[in-house]
Design a protein around this ligand. Structure first.
Ligand code: HEM
Length: 407
């Protein structure tokens, strides 16, 4: 929340990496955390089983959940906080292993490659409609009319959210991302209620979607997946699956339009696209931080003493800009040979909680950015890039996102 860091995260994290790579900071609810900013330590924390995602997995943990106050600050009513505090993202083995296996089996691995034609179709429809959204100066907002609708449509189709309900999910997503307790306080219970209804409806009308697959698992595997868990799982997938992707499409488009030399390279060889999306992910990924991790024992991290029960916050965007790991890290280089390629960045996290939707997100971004730039080769920013930074960036810890992208 530090104004200096919010105004210039990359500069701010750069200073921390040099001067205090593991530093005491405060989370939104004022609880003390350790902010971890270098590539090596971020990866080390994320793959070290001595760090867990739930404070209840810390041996000897007793008393209230340290995250209760955060739930209160966010406006999430107590009876609904279970959906945040016990999600796949905040669980540890064996629960995490079980939940993760359910979703990967039911959906990710089997479906993503076959999904491409449908992603292309949705993209083309949105692009057909894009000029119709232009104002009298020929300016369209890419976030509103393209970057958001694409991933929300894709994820809702996969999960099985009916078309008529999709605008509601988009509103749920932006209410949660607003971090405004009034909006969250109304939206969160509505979202949970809506999911219970949806699951009840689907029970009598099974189809080929994630909801139906989970219901089948529930029926055949007597009680291993509870109703609350199922609601939480579906909610996490829908929410994790659209805001993040929408903003990578937004951030990536800006990066290309403000680096004409790189854009030219791409236009000369569209085969570079998968490579390019990795580099965009590294350089301007939309998720700044992971969930908090908790230390299960006393240890040292980059010379700093961490105590059992301490909360640690790996900062992904900082790790992805660490000059110890990447040459000239702030430069956008679509042909980068080491660094920024494949698994060699932490934009999708690392270790056990590595993003379940990474291949889907990459595919969506490839299709979206590639087809957008080919369809509208003369696309340009309608405001100066620095205006974009100061006026329309969403200032929010955890995210690095554009509120609007006028093109
Ligand atoms: C986990 C980023 C798209 C579903 C994560 C994590 C990150 C991340 C950093 C790890 C969090 C942690 O370790 O605490 C992103 C980005 C995306 C994206 C930047 C888009 C550009 C998606 C999509 C889906 C998805 C499309 C939908 C299938 C998930 C789920 C998890 C996760 C379910 C939790 C995995 C677990 O805890 O085991 N994502 N994600 N994400 N992501 Fe994504």
């Amino acid at each position: 929340m530090d104004p200096e860091l919010l105004a210039d995260p990359f500069g701010g994290y750069g200073k921390l990496r040099e001067q205090a790579p593991v530093v005491r900071a405060r989370f939104m609810d004022d609880t003390p955390i350790w902010l971890v900013t270098r590539f090596e330590e971020v990866r080390a924390v994320l793959r070290d089983p001595r760090f867990v995602n739930s404070p209840h997995s810390v041996p000897g943990h007793a008393g209230p959940d340290p995250r209760d106050r955060l739930m209160e600050l966010l406006g999430i009513p107590e009876e609904f906080s279970v959906h945040i505090l016990e999600s796949i993202l905040t669980s540890d083995p064996p629960d995490h292993t079980r939940l993760r296996r359910l979703v990967s089996r039911a959906f990710t691995a089997r479906r993503v490659p076959g999904l491409r034609p449908r992603v292309e179709e949705i993209t083309d429809t949105l692009l057909d409609e894009l000029p119709g959204h232009a104002d009298e100066n020929g300016v369209v907002d890419l976030i509103e009319h393209f970057a958001y609708p694409l991933p929300i449509t894709v994820i809702c189709e996969l999960v099985g959210v009916p078309e008529a309900d999709r605008p509601r999910w988009r509103a749920f997503g932006s209410d949660l991302a607003s971090l405004e307790p009034e909006r969250i306080g109304t939206s969160f219970p509505a979202m949970v209620h809506h999911l219970h209804e949806l699951i009840a409806e689907r029970r009598t009308d099974l189809r080929d979607d994630l909801l139906s697959a989970l219901i089948r698992v529930q029926d055949s595997d007597g009680g291993r997946l509870g109703d609350t868990e199922m609601v939480t799982l579906v909610m996490t997938v829908v929410l994790a699956g659209h805001e993040t992707t929408a903003h990578l499409i937004g951030n990536g488009t800006v990066a290309l339009l403000t680096h004409p030399d790189q854009l030219r390279l791409l236009k000369q060889d569209w085969g570079l696209l998968p490579h390019a999306v990795h580099e965009l992910m590294r350089r301007c990924g939309s998720v700044q931080m992971t969930q908090l991790r908790y230390a299960t024992e006393d240890m040292e991290l980059a010379g700093t003493r961490i105590r059992r029960g301490d909360a640690v916050q790996p900062v992904l965007v900082s790790a992805n800009h660490d000059p110890r790991h990447y040459d000239d890290p702030d430069r956008l280089d679509l042909t980068r040979q080491s660094g920024g390629l494949g698994e060699d960045h932490v934009g999708f996290g690392h270790g056990m909680h590595y993003c379940l939707g990474a291949s889907l997100a990459r595919q969506e971004c490839e299709v979206a950015i590639g087809r957008l730039l080919r369809r509208f080769p003369d696309l340009s920013l309608a405001v100066a890039p620095d205006q974009l930074k100061t006026r329309v960036r969403r200032r929010q810890p955890g995210a690095w996102r554009l509120l609007r992208l006028p093109l």
